[in-house]
Design a binder for this molecule. Structure first.
Ligand SMILES: NC(=O)c1ccc[n+]([C@@H]2O[C@H](COP(=O)([O-])OP(=O)(O)OC[C@H]3O[C@@H](n4cnc5c(N)ncnc54)[C@H](O)[C@@H]3O)[C@@H](O)[C@H]2O)c1
Length: 405
């Protein structure tokens, strides 16, 4: 099989497929990443160097920049990013370029699956017409399906194998092929009636998270303004054995999925003459959180301090990953800088971020904002020093210098 895109989704898929007995070529257009992978150094946290090296040594896997090698594949999966553009609308340019690059080499009887998250209709209206117009003339039959990836980087329990996979194909023959493929690498493949159902389900899953996080972020602000401990309230509500699922407040939402995918939904709604107003509102509530957090932190600083120094702890969008895509900490930092604050950040697993570097915890500050509690982060050192800390992570840290959002 061939996997296009060897990132957070594509590389774990490649390893899962190797484990299931497939011979895999991982294609990526980023030469540096291909070289790194082939040298046995994993670019993603979920795959260890050792696991990658074993797969490489077995001969069952290698990475390449050569799209023509997909000609040998009976299954091609597409796992390239689907971000937002400057207008915060779907940017399918990487997906389109990946599809255009593979299309001339898609062999007859090949199954092409899109795992990239996108709006309903992407497989049918974007991917299939491109492959059909560029494929070799003797590739009479190509099978197509959508099987959106659900991987949760850094999750110790749920992975490619044990997370059920939605599979929706364009026709019955494609569905049979796609189900057989996913049943070979996943414990459960869930058949749905069309690619649009699979694509829409993926958007619903991540929008569900976005709106619940927004709800709790809004609720947090209400509780804080009235002196009620939101975490105690969430714990209390969680004692209900049905109909409630706890979400925790934070600096906002980050990563390549939760802040992005719901905007594919709002865009899709507008394209179809509707509005997803509830989702738009949730997006704007989450976007306002960095400012709220900054204001809460600055309120902890002695008013006589002229130019406050704020240390942000953790810049990745969630603990255990180095991924800083869409991190809400960027807006937090920018807001603080806009207020004339001297800002530094510390993250034990993110060495550099743009043109700035992680500072030592000894960096003197008036207040520290615990944005992402990374493994190996020595917050206790700050507590012992008496540094004021605004905890945005519900970490359970105790001390008179610790406040919680
Ligand atoms: N990261 C997640 O947690 C996650 C979870 C579920 C679904 N997804 C979805 O999976 C898709 C991929 O996300 P990701 O996090 O793996 O991205 P990623 O950035 O980690 O990896 C994507 C890889 O694709 C490569 N690439 C980009 N354009 C290419 C092209 N035209 N041809 C070949 N390679 C190309 C990049 O160099 C990169 O290595 C997205 O649609 C995303 O929404 C991501």
């Amino acid at each position: 099989m061939a996997i296009i895109g060897q990132g957070y989704v594509g590389l774990p898929l490649a390893m899962a497929a190797v484990d299931a007995g497939w011979t895999v070529i991982g294609i990526d257009n980023f030469e540096g990443k291909v070289a790194q992978i082939n040298s046995g150094k994993s670019p993603v946290e979920d795959i260890s160097d050792m696991q990658l090296q074993i797969a490489l040594a077995s001969g069952a896997y290698r990475a390449s920049v050569d799209f023509s090698s997909v000609a040998k594949a009976s299954v091609i999966t597409i796992c390239v990013p689907t971000p937002l553009d400057d207008k915060r609308e779907p940017d399918l340019s990487l997906l389109q370029s990946a599809v255009s690059a593979i299309a001339p080499f898609v062999s007859n009887e090949t199954l092409v699956v899109s795992e990239s998250t996108s709006y309903p209709g992407t497989l049918r209206d974007v991917i299939i017409p491109t492959v059909d117009s560029l494929k070799p003339k003797d590739s009479v039959k190509v099978y197509f399906a959508s099987a959106p990836e659900r991987v949760n980087p850094g999750d110790p329990i749920w992975n490619q194998k044990n997370t059920p996979r939605l599979v929706g194909a364009v026709d019955a023959a494609s569905q049979v092929k796609a189900l057989a493929f996913y049943e070979s690498i996943c414990d459960v493949a869930v058949s749905v009636s069309s690619p649009e159902v699979a694509e829409a389900a993926k958007l619903l899953e991540n929008t569900f998270r976005l709106v619940n996080i927004a709800l709790v972020n809004e609720f947090t602000q209400l509780c804080a303004s009235t002196g009620v401990d939101v975490h105690e309230v969430i714990d209390a509500a969680s004692s209900k054995p049905y109909g409630f699922m706890p979400f925790r407040p934070g600096v906002g939402v980050g990563g390549h999925c939760i802040p992005v995918d719901p905007l594919y939904l709002t865009w899709w709604a507008r394209q179809n003459g509707g509005r997803a107003e509830f989702v738009e509102k949730a997006d704007s509530i989450n976007h306002a959180m960095p400012k709220y957090v900054a204001q809460r932190a600055l309120a902890l600083v002695d008013p006589s301090v002229d130019k406050p120094r704020v240390l942000i702890l953790g810049v990745a969008y969630k603990p255990g990953v180095r991924d800083i895509r869409e991190t809400p900490v960027a807006a937090l930092r920018d807001f603080l800088i806009g207020q004339g604050v001297d800002v530094a950040w510390h993250d034990p697993i993110v060495a550099s971020w743009g043109d700035s570097q992680s500072v030592d915890l000894k960096w003197e500050c008036d207040v520290a904002i615990l944005a992402t509690y990374q493994p190996g982060m020595d917050v206790v050192q700050l507590i012992k020093r008496g540094t004021k800390i605004l905890d945005c992570t519900n970490s359970g840290l105790n001390g008179e210098n610790i406040s919680s959002i």
